[in-house]
Design a protein around this ligand. Structure first.
Ligand SMILES: Cc1ncc(C[n+]2csc(CCOP(=O)(O)OP(=O)(O)O)c2C)c(N)n1
Length: 351
């Protein structure tokens, strides 16, 4: 039985943790051997691009080029890359408002994402959505949603449509752990399991819903366990380990394609920045943040690639240069993109 207020991480048994760590090292090695080198290069590139892109967002936000709410993904890159890069192009994705990096991994260009953040016409929804509402029907990226948990119902409907049309495509539906306390989560899981819908629910458990830690808001510490109530397959995954995320997502995708079975993945991670750009972050100690940053997902992936002699320093430098150039190109595009025309005020409006 969990004691309320007990920190989630303190329940780890050190002896088990050590042997699990060694097992994971072994699994990582074989996983690195099995994956194509160019795929690994692209995975690292997308993680680095995501990090640099978000750092640039913070910079241009502070000088007023981006307005409104802006939630950054720094620290969570392994979740987006590990999960989304296990998909096919015809699969669907839906997520919450921390959506810039996931939109890029699903194929929306950095230029279109940055211009959207600037509210410019070159944005992926013409500058009318902004940070929280990235969207592209062509790329199968269905938002970008601001109502906590709202996308879980919409995502379940998307998976229903995939099954109804007789495709073997799947939906990845992302949300934070705070969304799990909403009724929508429970209603959706029940329906998905009952109707065998091809959906993978991904709870990105970064351990905080705004300034509230999970331990203060949830009666049990395991999100994955909640799937048991619906007889649904579930897994707990280390969200700082991009290969572990890829492997768990791949298993869930196979299950969904084969017989339409849904899965709940709880992917434990940590956001290195505040909840949004306006969060002073007084609810976490710097020690806690530092401890989590020691397991920076980009650093960990680079270390394992280096250890397995897949890539060396020259490869890392090339990837970083390419990612920096892509971000600069995106900023230039957003700077030069015109504001939306006034007549756009009357398009896409339902009255
Ligand atoms: C229905 C609803 N209630 C409250 C809010 C205000 N709110 C915005 S973000 C947030 C925290 C969500 O945390 P989590 O789901 O864990 O995602 P994270 O921000 O950590 O990625 C809250 C309560 C909202 N947007 N929608």
């Amino acid at each position: 039985m969990e004691k309320s207020g007990e920190p989630v991480t303190d329940t780890v048994n050190l002896k088990t943790a050590k042997s699990e760590h060694l097992d994971r090292k072994k699994a990582q090695k074989s996983s690195l051997k099995n994956l194509d080198k160019e795929l690994l290069r692209e995975m690292l590139y997308q993680m680095v691009l995501g990090r640099f892109f978000e750092q640039k967002c913070a910079e241009v936000y502070r000088i007023g080029k981006i307005g409104g709410f802006c939630h950054l993904y720094i620290g969570q890159e392994a979740v987006g890359v590990g999960a989304l890069m296990a998909l096919r192009d015809d699969d669907y994705v839906i997520t919450a408002y921390r959506d810039h990096v996931q939109a890029m991994i699903k194929g929306i260009t950095p230029e279109a994402v940055m211009a959207e953040l600037y509210g410019k016409s070159g944005g992926n929804v013409g500058g009318k959505g902004g940070s929280m509402h990235m969207f592209s029907k062509e790329k199968g990226f269905f938002g970008g949603h601001g109502i906590v948990g709202g996308q879980i119902g919409v995502g379940t409907g998307m998976a229903y449509a995939q099954k109804y049309k007789g495709t073997d495509a799947v939906t990845l539906c992302f949300f934070g752990e705070a969304a799990v306390n909403q009724g929508m989560f429970h209603e959706s899981l029940n329906m998905a399991q009952l109707w065998k819908l091809p959906i993978i629910y991904i709870c990105e458990n970064n351990q905080y819903g705004m300034g509230t830690s999970q331990t203060r808001a949830m009666s049990i510490s395991s999100v994955a366990q909640k799937a048991e109530a619906y007889g649904m397959a579930n897994e707990f995954v280390d969200g700082m380990d991009v290969l572990a995320v890829r492997e768990a997502t791949t298993r869930a995708i196979e299950r969904a394609r084969q017989d339409g079975s849904p899965t709940l993945l709880e992917i434990r991670c940590y956001r290195f920045m505040g909840h949004s750009m306006s969060d002073p972050g007084k609810y976490r100690t710097s020690d806690e943040i530092k401890k989590n940053q020691e397991r920076d997902p980009i650093f960990l992936f680079k270390e394992s690639l280096k250890e397995a002699k897949v890539f060396g320093d020259a490869d890392f430098a090339e990837i970083e240069t390419r990612a920096k150039e892509a971000v600069e190109k995106a900023v230039k595009f957003a700077d030069e993109s015109p504001l939306p025309d006034e007549k756009e005020l009357f398009t896409g409006v339902l009255a």
